[in-house]
Design a protein around this ligand. Structure first.
Ligand code: FAD
Ligand code: FO1
Length: 502
């Protein structure tokens, strides 16, 4: 059972930390190891801050370990390339701080306990994800490690730690919003400076990582979904997207967020942060802290952005953590399950197969464009994601199949896929999760409906279709290049930018 840590004098608030396994018996003298999973960054990372702090307070060395699974949850080159390039930058940043980085390939339930054994670690710190595969791996690790090793989990992803925000499955954004807002004064705090380790690493040798070889492997094995060139991976690029002088979201694009964020013709009105947030290359708390400084000039945009970044995103984590069926019809509220089943046998105007949907061969040019945007560009506009998923409900044989196809396509092609916000986005669109019942109609029952005519009233549908054609052409031209980033980022940036912990 997880419980609150008692962390006398630690830098990180106790509420951010859970004990997954207490140390039994004699105390181990070995290092503190941070097994990094979801928060793949050196700055603004509560799990890393805690690991270094623990090590320094007990005079022990500290290391970061990462396990590269074989195509985690079916990931392709698009997602894996982005992640690995980010990790390569991270290794250099950690080295500049004097923290060794170990990368293992295989099953974390094997590699991490082995490493802990080899270096006789005393504490394992890890970050938090609500996804079942991650939780199972952690359970397996807790069972396999030495009894005298303590395992602590730090929520480094949510601004308000998930278990502090709420101890139960929340019904809607409204019910979670009030809880989070009460806790923000306590948790939306400035990050402390990351200390450098006092005791240097002297245990297991840090083997050289063959980044080029790893990239070649994932490009080959995941070649069905190639990398995209428009989204540069890594911590530096993430901060540039947030705060850059030429195209930064807060610095240059924020004022249009409130008015244009639902217009698929203006994708730059959105932050573009989701891939970085998904892979933990930027901290949501950093984004929120910086956004607050723009409140005077763009209050409505800042409020709208914080609603998505904090309330909606953390609501998705809440759903996946407290609802074991977070990606199945059983996870829908009772009224929604009933209405979907009542209408499961309704006649559909079109019924498409997974292959027809995947290859964008429907009778709706708007839907086809959104599918092509996702397949070739790797990030579908947020507004179109709702329309896209709802049409899958309308055009497949039953809601179970609709949900399975939506999640399959989302996770296969979106750069930000495999995220709690993705499972909840599909569940919201198809199963009414966090939504209310609407006027009953065929196929949808009481699930909120969207249609082509509504889109036509809202934005220039033909303009969006033309925009996607351009994006697809650009992506196709680049497809022949072996790596989209060879010019964009040096393999080993010699001097990682100075850590700005303001
Ligand atoms: P911005 O509007 O700039 O938002 C900033 C951040 O707020 C996002 O990066 C994200 O972290 C968070 N956010 C925004 N909208 C939502 C939302 N509705 N729910 C939860 N968090 C939100 N998001 C993913 O990260 N991965 C997915 O795989 C994913 N799949 C989705 C599938 C469907 C069917 C739907 C309806 C939504 C999905 N979303 C997903 C949520 C949302 O569409 C994206 O987070 C957003 O479009 C990402 O673009 P952005 O960062 O430019 O958005
Ligand atoms: N995290 C890891 O620790 N190891 C991996 O091999 C890994 C691959 C991966 C592929 C695609 C993807 O979207 C995420 C991936 N992650 C990986 C990150 C992490 O597991 C996820 O971000 C969380 O599970 C989301 O909560």
């Amino acid at each position: 059972m997880a419980g609150m840590a008692s962390l006398d004098g630690g830098i990180v608030q106790a509420g951010r930390i859970r004990v997954l396994k207490a140390a039994a018996g004699g105390k181990n003298k070995g290092p503190v190891v941070y097994w990094m999973f979801r928060d793949q960054r050196s700055r603004d990372n509560w799990a890393l801050i805690h690991a270094v702090d623990l090590a320094n307070r007990s005079g022990k060395p500290v290391a970061v370990a990462f396990n590269l699974f074989h195509r985690f949850l079916g990931a392709h080159a698009r997602q894996l390339g982005f992640m690995i390039r980010g990790l390569r930058e991270l290794q250099d940043r950690l080295a500049a701080l004097g923290i060794p980085f170990f990368l293992f390939r295989g099953e974390a339930a094997d590699t991490i306990p082995q490493f802990l054994e080899d270096c006789q670690a005393s504490v394992l710190v890890t970050d938090f994800s609500p996804l079942r595969e991650v939780r199972k791996t952690k359970d397996d690790i807790c069972r396999r490690v030495n009894a005298s090793l303590a395992v602590q989990e730090v929520d480094a992803h949510n601004v308000v730690p998930l278990w502090i925000a709420s101890g139960k499955l929340e019904y809607s954004a409204k019910t979670l919003r009030s809880k989070i807002n009460k806790l923000l004064p306590e948790y939306l705090e400035k990050f402390p400076d990351l200390q450098t380790p006092i005791t240097s690493w002297s245990g297991v040798d840090t083997p050289k990582i063959d980044w080029e070889g790893i990239l070649a492997d994932v490009r080959r094995e995941g070649s069905a979904v190639p990398e995209v060139a428009w989204c540069e991976p890594g911590e530096r690029a993430a901060m540039e997207v947030l705060m850059g002088n030429s195209e930064g979201f807060l610095t240059k694009r924020l004022k249009n967020y409130n008015t244009d964020r639902n217009n698929p013709l203006k994708p730059k009105a959105l932050s573009g942060l989701s891939p970085y947030l998904h892979f933990g290359q930027i901290s949501a708390q950093r984004c929120a802290l910086e956004a607050h400084t723009f409140k005077k000039s763009s209050q409505q945009s800042v409020e709208a952005f914080l609603e998505e970044l904090i309330v909606r995103r953390e609501l998705a984590d809440n759903f996946c953590f407290y609802q074991p069926h977070y990606d199945g019809i059983k996870g829908a509220w009772e009224w929604a399950q009933k209405t979907l089943m009542d209408h499961a046998g309704d006649k559909r105007e079109h019924v498409y197969t997974k292959e027809q949907l995947e290859t964008a061969k429907t009778a709706d040019p708007l839907w086809n464009a959104s599918q092509m945007e996702m397949v070739h560009h790797g990030k579908m506009h947020g507004f179109m994601r709702m329309y896209w998923a709802k049409k899958i409900l309308e055009w497949t044989k039953d809601p179970q199949e609709a949900l399975a196809i939506a999640i399959y396509l989302n996770d296969k092609y979106q750069l930000d896929g495999r995220d709690p916000s993705g499972y909840v986005g599909c569940m919201w669109s198809i199963c009414g999760v966090h939504d209310q019942g609407w006027k009953e109609r065929p196929v949808f029952g009481k699930i909120r409906y969207m249609n082509f005519a509504g889109c036509k009233r809202k934005f220039d549908v033909d303009g969006y279709i033309s925009l996607v054609k351009r994006l697809v052409n650009e992506a196709r031209k680049r497809k022949t290049a072996s790596s989209p980033f060879t010019d964009a980022i040096p393999a080993n940036p010699r001097r990682p930018p100075k850590q700005d912990q303001s």
